[in-house]
Design a protein around this ligand. Structure first.
Ligand code: ADP
Length: 259
């Protein structure tokens, strides 16, 4: 069983609110279809759909004011909207996709999933369907509500369902020595061990860079799955053929996380 995470950076136009990148969505749907019948779970990020609304209403910080409930619901609605675009595109290409709303069966505790009932997901996989989930606004037992990142969801599902491989598709070629969008000399790291990863995360934290989101947040979440033996590969989903090759287990440009 494989889990494919498609970053908001690839499936939306991050600079224009509520705008899907239909070209990328269609191409990626074709790539997934061409791999053929497979045990696959898909998870997508929010990009310009969920994030701006969640940020404006401070959903990730939790409940402070009654007017935030409106923003909580609107964040979820924006994600339902994006999810519909993606699931429809997959169906159009013949992928037996099925939408699952994380907030309808997941509650977090201090922003982390504690219990995860995967019975329905197992059933869908058993029927040959491809469950499609996403980062969502969810209820939280400690702070009222929270943002459940797609990256945390990927890690928990991989652990609970013993996934063989996780493919992270983002808008950069993999993990670099520094943010390639900011540092010109940044180099791609083809293989990254857990020990090296730990060092990078600590450097990131010391530099006070974005450790909750961005690439470091992703690899930090993935570390637990890697330790448990799940193969994790990060590729550029904005480049044609990379996601397809990764799903086929072929050698492809990107970063492989190793124990
Ligand atoms: P997504 O929306 O695809 O989930 P994010 O925007 O959360 O992705 O994270 C990917 C981004 O992280 C990249 O576009 C890149 O600008 C940034 N980034 C920061 N540090 C690194 C790094 N060391 N290597 C690769 N990307 C990095």
């Amino acid at each position: 069983m494989q889990i494919l995470k498609l970053g908001g950076s690839v499936i939306t136009d991050k600079n224009t609110p509520l705008t899907a990148n239909n070209e990328n969505i269609k191409r990626l749907s074709k790539e997934i279809a061409s791999v053929g019948p497979q045990q696959l779970i898909m998870i997508h990020g929010g990009g310009s759909f969920g994030h701006p609304i969640a940020k404006r209403h401070e959903i990730s910080e939790g409940y402070k004011r009654p007017d935030q409930w409106q923003g909580f619901s609107r964040t979820h609605q924006a994600m339902v909207h994006l999810n519909k675009i993606i699931v429809d595109a997959l169906l159009d290409e013949g992928v037996p996709a099925f939408s699952l709303s994380p907030s309808s069966f997941i509650v977090t505790e201090a922003r982390r999933i504690n219990e995860l009932d995967t019975a329905k997901i197992r059933r869908l996989l058993g029927a040959g369907l491809v469950p499609v989930l996403y980062g969502d606004a969810v209820l939280d037992t400690q702070q009222g509500f929270a943002i459940l990142s797609g990256d945390q969801l990927v890690m928990r599902l991989a652990m609970t369902l013993s996934a063989d491989r996780i493919v992270f598709g983002s808008d950069v070629d993999g993990v670099y020595t520094a943010d390639p969008k900011l540092v010109k000399e940044a180099r791609l790291i083809p293989r990254l061990s857990l020990k090296e990863l730990d060092g990078m995360v600590r450097i990131g934290e010391a530099l006070n860079t974005d450790v909750t989101g961005g690439m470091l947040g992703k690899v930090k979440e993935a570390a637990e799955a890697v330790a448990a033996g799940v193969e994790v590969i990060l590729v550029n989903a904005g480049q044609a053929g990379r996601v397809e090759a990764a799903l086929r287990g072929e050698k492809v440009m990107g970063t492989v996380l190793t124990r």
